[in-house]
Design a protein around this ligand. Structure first.
Ligand code: 5U1
Length: 679
């Protein structure tokens, strides 16, 4: 049926609204509506376009995923070469860069724009009359590859520019990248599907852009920030209505036209401020959602840029001040196997010492046997190690071309390297079975017990624990509270004063809290948050110790696996003995106030699961209203679920409810439930 004017109006309105919400989300970083509302608009538009296909235009937000790319991506010659940037690795090099500029320009001070340098891949976007027509990779700088089909699937890149007044032809340049979180999710999915893992977000972004099928690119979490316009545009923008004279103004214009500009951008009066900016961004590096590898400084004034010109494909007016690398090349000298608190065996690469991000790295985790075999890391290999923030350094990959002859593949030992007990295997985890006799497990257990978030016993570190175990002074953590001065004095670096300090710290640790004590016990998979949830739910240790499986899985955060670990732990006679000994030694804690379930709230004792899209409220709003009436809202359906509340397009949770015979409420019934109980 041909669309009448009302339908056309609605279609146009929907497109405008969707583009506006994209702008709020990607450019202003300030979404106005929940994701569900955005999805609803898109669904409505898709439906109207399906009913009236003659209304479809390539720039419609529904048309991001189009036809296939050519088997070989066709070549695009850049109207103006895509430049690369010179690099500086120290403050001195940056200061010389500024000095060269000031000498050439014969001026005392130069204003700069500084921004973070994203670790992605450069892209050129050509807009004609405000519509994206071509997207091309940098290639060799002169000619790149046409990746228009794939780039169109990236929601952060507008298919239509916003507003009006942009030049008829505008070439925007910037970086396509993948967030750290998106990268982790993608690799998890790849692993689950038995597909190749990407070494880093940059490679993942590059691989995603070179897909022949845009549907695959569309599923990849790619994003985009622009950082300049093509050189041809400078001329045009500096004249006519724009009268643009600075790079900073260009970035503001691009932002107004709906192109995302990164937050880490600043207009600075001189090079000293640039160096301050560098340090500020470096300190934030690990917190940023995406990888950056430095900071770029650009002369702000366009006339000055023109005067400075270029030298062999690099502008004289810009430079990248690189961060210390987070990756480095080194050699594996040995692969040791460490035994953790729960007996899990972790292969660790002993490395030729190497500087990574300003720190000397000598060890890197290899996670587990499957990981070593997947990466095929061998003694003698040259490997890339990576260290980001506080995360334990890890081996990213092996440089196979550098592999020496006669290396052998890693084999996980079948006996524990510390106590020789048999090693068992559960999925990817190899575990020492000698929990009682294994010194390594015992040592890790003591370390965990004494750690800050557990019993917080100051001064009881690894070396001291090792000596206490080796000399037979302690067998279980309860023995710690039987230590006296004589036991301690005489140990390495242990004079009277330090012995007294340790005894005082032990004494102090006796006044604790239930969540700390629970966490200190080292029950498998019971971390700080789960310990707190258990304590709040049951209120006392006896209540937790006597809880059955069904009671345990009622606790938020506790699933069947954790519930079984808790049950197994407390079922062990020797654990019960140690707990009693600790209590007899004087460990105390107040009982907790139970999570409010006073039975007075109208929906207390009821558990609901929300699924699908609701029309009158978001799922979050529904959840809050249900909780305010005393109900629990869970993410998964079980036989204990009171009801599943199903909105539009409800999926597997609805099927599960039907399978289990759990009651299903529609949106009208939810509203009735909420209103009947509201004041
Ligand atoms: N942030 C940023 N990255 N980057 C890369 N700005 C920037 N500018 C570049 C490049 C290649 O080139 C300018 C010369 C436009």
């Amino acid at each position: 049926m041909k669309a009448d004017s009302k339908v056309l109006e609605r279609i146009n309105r929907l497109r405008e609204e969707i583009n506006y919400h994209n702008y709020r989300y990607y450019v202003l970083d300030d979404p106005e509506v929940p994701d569900a509302e955005y999805d609803r608009l898109l669904i409505e538009l898709r439906q109207l376009e399906a009913e009236h296909p003659e209304t479809i235009v390539p720039s419609s937000p529904t048309q991001r995923v189009g036809g296939m790319a050519n088997a070989a991506f066709s070549q695009v010659r850049h109207r103006q070469p895509m430049l690369s940037l010179g690099n500086a690795f120290s403050d001195e090099e940056v200061i010389s860069f500024d000095k060269r500029i000031r000498e050439r320009l014969q001026t005392d001070s130069v204003e700069y724009v500084a921004e973070a340098k994203l670790d992605g891949l450069a892209i050129s976007l050509q807009y004609e009359k405000g519509e994206l027509v071509v997207a091309a990779t940098r290639g060799d700088g002169e000619t790149g590859e046409d990746v228009t089909h794939n780039v169109r699937t990236i929601d952060a890149i507008p298919l239509l520019l916003r507003g009006s007044g942009f030049p008829n032809r505008l070439e925007v340049r910037g970086e396509i990248f993948m967030s750290k979180q998106g990268f982790a999710r993608l690799n998890k999915r790849q692993a689950e599907n038995g597909e190749k893992l990407f070494a880093n977000p940059r490679n993942a972004a590059a691989g995603s852009l070179r897909q022949l099928d845009p549907k695959i690119t569309a599923q990849r979490p790619l994003s985009f920030y622009c950082y300049s316009v093509g050189v041809a545009e400078y001329g045009e923008l500096s004249q006519g209505p724009y009268r643009i004279s600075s790079h900073y103004q260009i970035m503001q214009l691009l932002r107004d036209w709906g192109l995302p500009v990164q937050r880490e951008i600043a207009l600075l009066p001189d090079i000293r401020s640039c160096l301050d900016f560098y340090r500020q961004i470096l300190s934030k590096r690990d917190e940023l959602p995406h990888e950056i590898d430095g900071v770029v400084y650009k002369v702000n004034n366009l006339l000055q840029q023109q005067q400075l010109g270029y030298i062999s494909r690099e502008p004289r007016w810009a430079i990248a001040h690189k961060f210390p690398a987070q990756e480095a090349l080194t050699r594996v000298m040995a692969i040791d196997v460490q035994v953790g608190r729960t007996g899990a065996l972790t292969p660790v690469a002993r490395l030729e010492p190497v500087q990574v991000g300003g720190v000397t790295v000598t060890n890197a985790t290899l996670h587990n046997e499957s990981e070593v075999l997947r990466k095929d890391v061998r003694v003698g290999d040259s490997v890339i190690v990576r260290r980001a923030g506080d995360v334990i350094p890890e081996v990213v990959s092996v440089v196979l071309s550098k592999r020496p002859k006669d290396t052998t593949a890693f084999v996980m030992p079948s006996k524990c390297p510390v106590c020789q007990s048999t090693v068992t295997k559960e999925e990817t985890i190899s575990r020492c079975s000698g929990s009682l006799i294994c010194h390594a497990q015992r040592k890790e257990g003591f370390k965990h017990f004494a750690s800050r978030q557990a019993m917080d016993i100051e001064g009881l570190g690894e070396k001291l624990i090792e000596q206490l175990i080796e000399r037979g002074k302690v067998r279980t953590v309860a023995d710690l509270y039987r230590l006296d001065r004589d036991d301690l004095i005489g140990l390495e670096r242990m004079a009277e004063k330090s012995a007294d300090n340790i005894l005082a710290a032990l004494e102090k640790s006796k006044q604790t809290t239930l969540p700390r004590f629970l966490y200190a016990l080292g029950i498998r998979e019971v971390g700080v948050a789960t310990a707190l949830a258990l304590a709040k739910h049951f209120g006392s240790l006896p209540a937790i110790m006597s809880a059955d499986f069904d009671a345990l899985i009622e606790v938020p955060d506790v699933g069947p696996i954790v519930a079984n670990h808790v049950l197994d732990f407390f079922a062990e006679k020797r654990h019960q003995v140690i707990i009693q000994q600790l209590i007899d030694a004087g460990l105390t804690w107040p009982d907790m106030v139970l999570d409010s379930d006073d039975g007075e709230s109208p929906l207390s004792g009821n558990t609901y699961v929300l699924t699908g899209t609701l029309k009158s409220m978001t799922r979050e709003q529904a959840k809050q209203q249900l909780q305010a009436l005393g109900a629990k809202v869970s993410g998964s359906v079980s036989a204990k679920t009171t009801a599943v509340i199903a909105g539009d397009k409800a999926g597997s949770k609805l099927s599960k409810a039907e399978q289990l015979g759990v009651k299903v409420l529609n949106e009208a019934e939810l509203v009735a439930l909420l209103t009947s109980h509201s004041a």
